[in-house]
Ligand binder design. Structure first.
Ligand SMILES: Nc1ncnc2c1ncn2[C@@H]1O[C@H](COP(=O)(O)OP(=O)(O)OP(=O)(O)O)[C@@H](O)[C@H]1O
Ligand SMILES: [Mg+2]
Length: 262
C-alpha cells in the first residue's frame, strides 16, 4: 500500500549550494556544495563549529541571502530565479525567523511587534490585531500583550519573537541560536514551545551549539568548513507516540465540536 503513496513534496531543496566571499586575494567558502532536502513537519537541528556556515545556510533558506551558485527550491518554487520583490514575497509567505537577539522594536508593545509582518503583508488593521492576539496567546503571552520588550523577561521576549515569526502561518520556522541569550531553564521553555509547534505540524529548523538542544530535534545536520559532515535521524518514539495521540484527540474533539454545532 505504502508504495502507491507518493508522500509529501519536499518543502526545501538545496542543490549544491555555494556561498563564496572574495576577500581581497582570499576566497572564503562559507558554503561549499550543500545539498539537503527537508520535508514538511520535520524538526531539524543544524550544528557545527563557529564559522562552519550555519547562519549562511539559514539566511539562504530564509531568502535573506542568495547563494553564489546552486539551486534552491522552496515549496516547489525556484528561488534562484526570483527577483527582489518575489524574494520578499516568498519570505513573507513561507518563512518565520527567530534570532538570537530577539530583534524586537523596543518602543512598541508586544501586539505591535507581532503585527509587523502583517503590515508588510498588507493585512487590514482589524484583522491584524486579531491575528497578533491569537499568535501571542499561542505562546502563552495573552496577559502581556501591552508590555514593551523591556517590560518582559528574556524568555518572554523570545516568545514574542516566536509569535511574530508565526503570525503569518509560515510554512517554516527558522531559528538561529534562539536560546543563545537565555539561561538554561528559560531555554528549556522555548524548546518546549518548539516541541508543541512541531506537534501541531510546523516545520522547524534550529541552529544550536548545544548538544542537548539538538537532541530535541528529530534530525541533526552537522556542518564543517561549509560542507555537510553528517545528517542523522534522532529517534524519539516515545515523544512521537505522544504527538500522534494528541493529534488524534484533537481530531476527535473537533468532530464532537462540529457535531454539537449542527
Ligand atoms: N559577509 C561576509 N563576508 C565575508 N565572509 C563572511 C561573510 N559572512 C560570513 N563570512 C564567513 O563565512 C563563514 C561562515 O559564516 P557563518 O556566519 O555562516 O558561520 P556560523 O556557522 O553561523 O558561525 P557561528 O557559530 O559563529 O555563528 C565564516 O568563515 C565567516 O567568516
Ligand atoms: Mg551563526
Amino acid at each position: 500500500m505504502e508504495s502507491s503513496n507518493p508522500g509529501p513534496e519536499p518543502i526545501i531543496q538545496l542543490h549544491d549550494i555555494r556561498k563564496i566571499y572574495q576577500m581581497g586575494s582570499q576566497e572564503v567558502r562559507a558554503l561549499d556544495g550543500v545539498t539537503v532536502t527537508v520535508y514538511p513537519n520535520e524538526y531539524v537541528a543544524i550544528m557545527g563549529p563557529s564559522g562552519s556556515g550555519k547562519s549562511t545556510m539559514m539566511n539562504i533558506i530564509g531568502c535573506l541571502d542568495i547563494p553564489t551558485s546552486g539551486r534552491y527550491v522552496l515549496n516547489g518554487a525556484e528561488v534562484s530565479e526570483m527577483d527582489d520583490n518575489e524574494l520578499a514575497a516568498a519570505r513573507n509567505r513561507e518563512i518565520g525567523f527567530v534570532f538570537q537577539t530577539f530583534n524586537l522594536l523596543p518602543r512598541v508593545d508586544c501586539l505591535r511587534n507581532v503585527e509587523l509582518p502583517l503590515i508588510y503583508a498588507g493585512i487590514p488593521r482589524s484583522r491584524r490585531r486579531e491575528m497578533a492576539e491569537i499568535s501571542l496567546a499561542n505562546v502563552g503571552l495573552a496577559d502581556r500583550m501591552d508590555h514593551k520588550p523591556n517590560e518582559l523577561s528574556g524568555g518572554q521576549r523570545q516568545r514574542v519573537s516566536i509569535a511574530r515569526a508565526l503570525v503569518n502561518n509560515p510554512s517554516i520556522l527558522l531559528a538561529d541560536e534562539p536560546t543563545g541569550n537565555l539561561d538554561t531553564k528559560t531555554g528549556e521553555e522555548i524548546l518546549d514551545l518548539f516541541e508543541s509547534l512541531y506537534a501541531k505540524g510546523n516545520t522547524i529548523i534550529v541552529v544550536t551549539h548545544e548538544e542537548y538542544i539538538a537532541l530535541h530535534a528529530r534530525r541533526i545536520i552537522r556542518l564543517r568548513d561549509g560542507k555537510i559532515e553528517s545528517d542523522e535521524r534522532v529517534d524519539r518514539p516515545d515523544l512521537d507516540q505522544k504527538i500522534r495521540d494528541a493529534a488524534k484527540k484533537r481530531a476527535e474533539d473537533e468532530t464532537v465540536e462540529n457535531a454539537s454545532n449542527l
